[in-house]
Design a protein around this ligand. Structure first.
Ligand code: SF4
Length: 565
């Protein structure tokens, strides 16, 4: 780069920092914008960013290389990311992938020699009901076929040729996100503002008591009681406090939060405002996964409308001193950031590596201040509970799993989509509703969940039986269960943050073991060793990723051993 080009880059980075702040938390937003403008984040760019933020360039490199969407190796003008989740496998991903490699003349992980396209895999982009799916930069394409991707690549080539003055611009490849099928959702029946109005008329302690007594549990999958979490944060004296919406739904097969944020964002922001009132938070942050970048402007419009209506800002609801606002913070592509302490690290501008606990985020979270982190769906249910009442909510579900739950259904069924059922619904009943009665198994809870065989379809979807964040991948009678195991272990090898040995190395050994099983070279003795390793990983890994990454494999081995061995 020439001196003047470097100076121009410095000016650009300074302009971004003037908006995002001259602090460490601005590192990922700056990397994202610089990546968009300059494509390659080289060592000179890293030095410039490091100088502006007052950090060592090695730290900039460490963060850039951690996240898929700002990784320095992606140099193409158009980054094509094809989803490799098992739902997209079932929908015909392999043929689409082969066509992309053929049309572009590169393999996955490579960039075309003219610098026009980088071809990458993506780990679930929340389009599981309409796969195979891919992103081209921030634009989503769904229900792909080999013919469709050829036409899309040709369109982008035409755009590049036109920009180079070599012909008319025939670019017309438009994003085609289909309408996700749903049954009747409670969220569509809640009057906007009703829940917040009722909360503002209550004492803060009474809001917490109501949420706690509703027995609402986190809908992201972990199932921690929401009211208990809020109570811990409310008890902390240090300020400021934060309420963070975890919109990083990266669990393969999950896309309910995409729908909620698209159609019911007000309910989520209302839930955040109710939570802020309850715990005394002054700022809300929505950590939005990089794959949902296209939702950002819509969410900011909703936030802006709420500000103008006096539902965010100062003295909300006329309550002196109740000041609260919400901002969107973009993720940069890392599944592990769905883990709440990794999410906080990412918000602060670091690699998304989970922290040791304690302290828990409710005591020391974002910027070491008390922070509540709730899932998108959880916050929407808070609004429903305030509006419709605790008796209504508790009239559904089971003793330990109250209320309804949204399920993201994909795979081998007639009607994939988002379905709301009361907790306690059996797997069989859900399959009847979605046209998946012929399934031989269901992968429940995403990559970290269990594979449930047909013989167990009378089991219940509830925290006391089969806990789940809502991912339901239906697996048809003729599917190879080792393909599922391979897909899931490959995912974990890619997404492990590498911080602790059981997870970093254990997932690789399990993936190798699945490959040996596919080749017929895995002895019964070695398979037993692998099972022992899997059990060790569950107790010795630092965070939920390593603790749960072998669950699916073990359940597949347990229930489909006859088929596999
Ligand atoms: Fe990272 Fe895996 Fe350890 Fe979690 S268990 S901290 S993802 S290496």
């Amino acid at each position: 780069m020439t001196t003047s080009e470097l100076e121009q880059m410095r000016e650009e980075a300074l302009a971004i920092a003037s908006r995002t702040g001259y602090n460490r938390a601005s590192l990922i937003p700056i990397l994202r914008e610089m990546k968009e403008k300059y494509r390659a984040i080289d060592s000179e760019a890293m030095q410039i960013i490091a100088d502006i933020l007052g950090v060592h360039p090695v730290e900039v490199d460490a963060v850039a290389t951690f996240y898929a969407f700002v990784h320095p190796s992606l140099e193409g003008q158009f980054i094509i990311r094809l989803c490799r989740t098992f739902s997209c496998d079932l929908a015909g991903k392999a043929e689409v992938a082969a066509q992309l490699e053929n049309d572009l003349g590169v393999r996955f992980g490579e960039t075309t020699s003219d610098g026009a396209f980088s071809l990458e895999w993506a780990n679930c982009m929340g389009m599981c009901d309409q796969g195979p799916a891919m992103l081209v930069n921030d634009t989503v394409y769904t229900q792909l076929t080999p013919e469709k991707v050829s036409a899309i690549v040709a369109d982008y080539r035409s755009q590049l040729a036109a920009e180079a003055g070599q012909g008319p611009n025939g670019h017309k490849a438009e994003s085609k996100i289909q309408r996700t099928a749903t049954n009747q959702l409670t969220f569509s029946t809640v009057p906007l503002g009703d829940g917040l109005d009722k909360a503002l008329a209550m004492r803060r302690v009474d809001i917490i008591d109501l949420v706690r007594d509703s027995k609402l549990k986190g809908r992201g999958g972990a199932g921690f009681p929401t009211g208990v979490k809020w109570n811990f944060a409310a008890a902390e004296k240090r300020t400021p406090k934060y309420i963070i919406c975890n919109a990083d739904e990266g669990e393969p097969g999950t896309f309910k939060d995409r729908l909620i944020l698209t159609d019911y964002a007000d309910l989520v922001f209302e839930g955040m405002t109710i939570g802020a009132r309850a715990i005394g938070a002054s700022l809300g942050l929505v950590y939005l996964r990089a794959e949902y970048e296209y939702l950002k402007s819509h969410l900011e419009e909703v936030i802006d409308r709420r500000r103008q209506a006096g539902l965010l800002g100062v003295n909300i609801g006329g309550i002196e001193g109740f000041d609260f606002d919400i901002m969107i913070a973009m993720g940069a592509g890392a599944y592990v950031c769905g883990e709440e302490t990794a999410l906080i690290e990412s918000l602060e501008g670091f690699r998304g590596e989970p922290r040791n606990r304690p302290p828990f985020p409710v005591v020391s979270g974002f910027l070491n201040r008390p922070s509540v982190i709730n899932n998108v769906e959880t916050l929407a249910w808070v609004t429903c509970i305030l509006s419709k009442g605790i008796d209504w909510f508790k009239s559904f579900g089971t003793e330990n799993s109250t209320g309804h739950k949204l399920f993201s259904v994909s795979g081998d069924c007639q009607n994939p989509g988002i379905y709301e059922f009361p907790f306690g619904t059996t797997v069989a009943e859900l399959l009847r509703q979605v046209g998946g009665e012929d399934a031989k198994a269901v992968q429940i809870g995403g990559a970290s969940g269990q594979c449930v065989p047909k013989a167990d379809f009378e089991r219940r979807l509830a925290f006391e039986d089969i806990p789940t964040g809502g991912s339901i991948i239906v697996i048809g009678a003729d599917r190879d269960m080792l393909d599922l195991a391979h897909n899931l272990m490959d995912f974990f090898v890619d997404e492990s943050c590498g911080q602790c040995t059981p997870c970093r190395l254990g997932n690789r050994k399990l993936l190798e073991g699945v490959e040996m099983l596919k080749e017929g070279t895995c002895s019964p003795e070695y398979l037993n060793d692998l099972k022992g390793l899997a059990n060790t990983m569950q107790v010795a890994s630092k965070c939920g990723l390593g603790q749960s990454s072998s669950v699916a494999l073990l359940s597949i081995l347990e229930h489909f051993g006859d088929e596999i061995l």
